[in-house]
Ligand binder design. Structure first.
Ligand code: FUB
Length: 324
């Protein structure tokens, strides 16, 4: 068989299966609206979890019925891995259109997915945790109840101040969950990753809006977050997962239309990336967002440079370790 024919069959097969998103630019996922990226890397594969925005152009609020998973071996071409979880997995939640922001971490062979949903009986947003044996799930509710509900925090009267979990496991094994809207909070997690190991601590952070994300590189702790509203991505650094924090500046500027910008960082095949969302997919808007990725290089002193949004996205970075 000629090479051309083989290629045609392979491409047609992938298209039929809906498998490969053959798109080499930003936004990464050109067929659907997506937001709130969470990412991690394992065995040379980048995994990207997003909330799907299903609002119509007329809707005046988010319509988010599922989280979707994509994977990549080069940060350029993304494979659709389906729906690892829907809010309905949390029986204590309303579980319909509330698949808000999430974060993912692996510990002791299990994958823990922290996510924001609407609580069914305690008014307001809440954070749940689901667990799976594989990145693609199936994820199941790990507690049978909310890890954080609106009645557990009293600093803000708003119903959505307990959103946007950002999970981090330090080298000594201690895990932390940061979260919040308007008021930034954190708590230590027990080794089981499903219970807090100590009080909820409120952190004073200038113009903090939401989307806290904690990561560590070369002994420096980076706490990045969405600042102001409309949001820009800013960050502080510190000598420990709980600070004290020093403000370092803006990483990414506000979007033109959509007021949110939720982000995460990953290291993939020797390079550094930020994933975030904007409004650049045609027809996009406040509740119809699109996930994008940029490559960047840390400055010599460990600070993060200002990162511009691009239409091209990163160069392909094929991972030799990728076998999936
Ligand atoms: O997607 C719903 C909410 O919008 C998220 O929880 C926030 O981070 C913002 O992106």
């Amino acid at each position: 068989m000629k090479l051309k024919n083989i290629t045609t069959i392979i491409v047609a097969g992938l298209a039929l299966a809906g498998a490969t998103v053959a798109h080499a630019a930003n936004p990464l996922l050109p067929k659907i609206f997506t937001a709130d990226p969470a990412a991690f890397v394992e065995d040379g594969v980048a995994y990207l979890y997003v909330g799907r925005d299903e609002a119509t152009p007329k809707d005046k609020d988010y319509v988010m019925k599922e989280w979707r998973l994509y994977s990549s071996c080069d940060m350029k071409n993304w494979t659709d891995r389906g729906v690892p979880l829907k809010p309905s997995a949390f029986k204590w939640a309303i579980g319909k259109v509330d698949a808000w922001a999430s974060d993912i971490v692996k510990r002791d062979g299990k994958y823990y997915f922290y996510s924001t949903v609407d609580h069914a009986t305690i008014p307001g947003r809440a954070i749940g945790v689901a667990v799976a044996d594989k990145p693609e799930g199936p994820f199941v509710d790990a507690r049978g109840s909310a890890l954080v509900s609106n009645d557990m925090t009293r600093e803000s009267p708003i119903a959505w101040d307990d959103i946007d979990p950002g999970v981090f496991v330090d080298d000594d094994g201690q895990a932390y969950l940061y979260w919040g809207n308007t008021v930034l909070k954190y708590a230590r997690l027990k080794k089981n990753m499903t219970e807090f190991d100590g009080p909820i601590v409120t952190v004073g952070m200038d113009r903090f809006t939401e989307a806290p994300y904690l990561h560590k590189r070369n002994g420096i702790y980076y706490l990045s977050y969405s600042r102001e509203f409309p949001e820009e991505t800013a960050y502080v650094t510190g000598p420990s997962p709980t600070g004290p924090w020093t403000y370092r500046g803006v990483i990414m500027s506000k979007n033109k239309v959509v007021k949110t910008i939720h982000h995460a960082f990953i290291e993939f095949n020797g390079k550094s990336y930020i994933v975030y969302h904007n409004d650049k997919l045609p027809g996009g808007g406040e509740y119809r967002r699109s996930v994008a990725v940029e490559e960047f290089t840390y400055n010599a002193d460990g600070t993060i440079p200002y990162i511009k949004q691009t239409a091209d996205g990163p160069q392909a970075n094929p991972s030799p370790a990728c076998s999936k």
